[in-house]
Design a protein around this ligand. Structure first.
Ligand SMILES: [Zn+2]
Length: 316
């Protein structure tokens, strides 16, 4: 008897990653695709379809031994029960898209649509930086800020699947509109885009559009000793630490995983965040266990390995 197979697809803002994995965790096919621009739902579905057909051809998969499930992780507000993506600002989906239903009709197999950071926390728990922990907070610091909660040994989605949206807690400043429709969310003041945006208000605003001011540019300026750049970064680290310490006080995790390109390989920034979490959280929540705060280990595949485990019936 052939082992169960699972399709897994991560839909990123610029790249889509597709892995075909068997029930022993062996990767049979791994392919990358450019995310279509514009990222309209029909174009995304076409790319997923192409990815699955190419993998089937590569492994001679026929109808009789087709995969047992298809899992999709996507940035946005997702109702996993209905397979409905309410909103995905990264893909500029501003109206609900019944992605699960569309894919189920097309491939005739169970389809699980999951928020990418919900999937990522599960991936980090099973194969990554949070192995052995039952209560974990995952946060990604990228162009936006996302979060995932793993509580009492299972993924915590909340009522509809929208739990863990640390990036949209507020207020962390004054006067910035967020893509979610709110104002002064954490991600408007502390994400990669926010760092560049803060710099733009202090340097030449046109420079952002010209590509001169980016998140990396701000860090480079700070490394070179620029006081303004350092203050922008310190302010962001303070806000992130404050936001995460509130979660620590509410949820009492034993492990917190920090992922995303903004903190990756920037140990000073990472440590500033850690210092601020420890500064603002209640003493027992960081000292008694003590709280482990670590960089993500599986990027850029944390979401893929999370959705794989969810498809296989773990963490649910
Ligand atoms: Zn927001």
């Amino acid at each position: 008897m052939k082992p169960d197979l699972y399709w897994t697809v991560d839909i990123g803002g610029t790249k889509m990653l597709m892995l075909l994995i068997d029930n022993q965790g062996e990767v049979l096919v791994k392919n990358k695709y450019d995310t279509p621009k514009p990222s309209e739902p029909a174009a995304i579905v076409d790319t997923i379809s192409r990815a699955l057909l190419e993998a089937s051809k590569e492994k001679n998969i026929t109808g009789a031994d087709k995969p047992s499930g298809l899992g999709i992780c996507i940035a946005g507000f997702v109702d996993h029960h209905k397979g409905l993506v309410y909103q995905s600002p990264n893909l500029e989906w501003h109206k609900p898209v019944p992605l699960g239903g569309i894919l189920n009709d097309q491939f005739d197999c169970p389809v699980l649509i999951e928020n990418d950071t919900n999937a990522a926390v599960v991936g980090e728990v099973y194969y990554g930086a949070a192995r052995g922990h039952d209560n974990v907070i995952y946060i990604t610091l990228s162009t936006g800020i996302g979060g995932g909660l793993f509580l009492n040994n299972r993924l915590y989605r909340g009522n509809e699947g929208f739990a863990g949206e640390i990036g949209h807690t507020k207020p962390f400043g004054k006067g910035r509109a967020c893509k979610c429709g709110g104002n002064d969310c954490l991600e408007t003041w502390a994400s990669g885009s926010a760092l560049a945006g803060s710099a733009a208000t202090l340097w030449d605003e046109n420079a952002v559009e010209n590509g001169h001011i980016s998140t990396s540019w701000v860090f480079d300026q700070a490394d070179g000793g620029n006081i303004l750049a350092r203050s922008i970064i310190d302010h962001a680290a303070n806000n992130i630490g404050l936001g995460l310490s509130n979660l620590v006080n509410i949820l009492n995790p034993s492990c917190m995983v920090i992922g995303g390109g903004v903190a990756a390989n920037r140990t000073d920034f990472f440590h500033k965040i850690v210092i601020n979490i420890n500064k603002y959280a209640i003493r027992p929540a960081v000292e008694k266990t003590p709280l482990k705060i670590v960089p993500a280990a599986l990027e850029p595949e944390a979401g893929i390995w999370g959705i794989y485990n969810l498809l296989a019936g773990r963490a649910v």
